[in-house]
Design a protein around this ligand. Structure first.
Ligand SMILES: [Zn+2]
Length: 239
């Protein structure tokens, strides 16, 4: 089975084959929930196209985005190695095509393969680095810089598609700011010709200039990712 998922592509061929025997492609529409907090992890999802948001759900019911996952990673594989239940809501943010693996099959492959454990460990390392950067970013960088960063991250995780089916409500939740603030900041980027948007879709017009408007966090996390990827000892040859 072919894949464009970067985590799967980083696996040694025998590890990938062990998972591929159990994989099934699945599609989900925007707004569908893959997990609620405290759900048992029955399935692991590796996105091929589309975007998943991970949300922390407060006691009041308010949900705040804490991460986005696209074809660079997956959801469920961290939790299944620990408590076996999820800590976040996993919400489909952009129509999703994912390869789905039963948790039991994934666990068997994980237990049997040191190289799979190494790949997962590297992915956890990167997630932690990105989370720390995001916390620092909230304290030091402007709304406009942060919006530019997250648009670039979303584009990277969806295969570089110029049009992103993202609503401004999502961006407001992702950045932890008011929707009116997102409108104001996005309006400035639009006025300068960097992006355009219609209802429910953002079109990145000038990526190079958007990178320059982003804070340093985009380049910093890209550097972390490159460092981790270049030390990988094995990789699957696509096809
Ligand atoms: Zn930043």
């Amino acid at each position: 089975m072919q894949t464009s998922n970067h985590l799967l592509l980083s696996l040694a061929p025998h590890d990938y084959d062990a998972l591929a025997r159990e994989m099934r492609p699945m599609t989900f529409r925007t707004g569908e929930v893959l997990y609620e907090p405290q759900d048992p992890v029955d399935w692991i999802y590796f996105p091929e196209q589309g975007l998943i948001s991970l949300l922390s759900v407060m006691l009041s019911g308010t949900a705040v985005e804490t991460a986005v996952v696209g074809n660079e990673g997956g959801v469920g594989f961290l939790e299944v190695a620990g408590a076996g239940v999820t800590f976040s809501r996993a919400l489909v943010q952009i129509d999703l095509l994912a390869l789905r693996v039963p948790a039991a099959a994934y666990n068997a492959a994980f237990d049997a393969s040191p190289s799979l454990r190494q790949q997962v460990s590297s992915h956890v390392e990167l997630l932690l680095a990105e989370s720390r950067q995001m916390l620092a970013c909230q304290s030091y960088h402007s709304h406009e810089q942060r919006l530019a960063w997250w648009l670039l991250e979303c584009q990277d995780r969806t295969g570089g598609a110029p049009r992103l089916a993202l609503k401004q409500d999502f961006l407001a939740a992702m950045l932890g700011i008011q929707r009116s603030t997102v409108s104001h900041v996005a309006g400035a980027l639009k006025a300068d010709g960097l992006i355009d948007y219609t209802r429910g879709e953002i079109h990145i017009l000038d990526r190079a200039r958007l990178e320059r408007r982003s804070c340093e966090c985009y380049a910093t996390t890209a550097h972390y990712r490159k460092l981790i990827e270049t030390r990988q000892p094995t990789a699957l040859v696509e096809g």
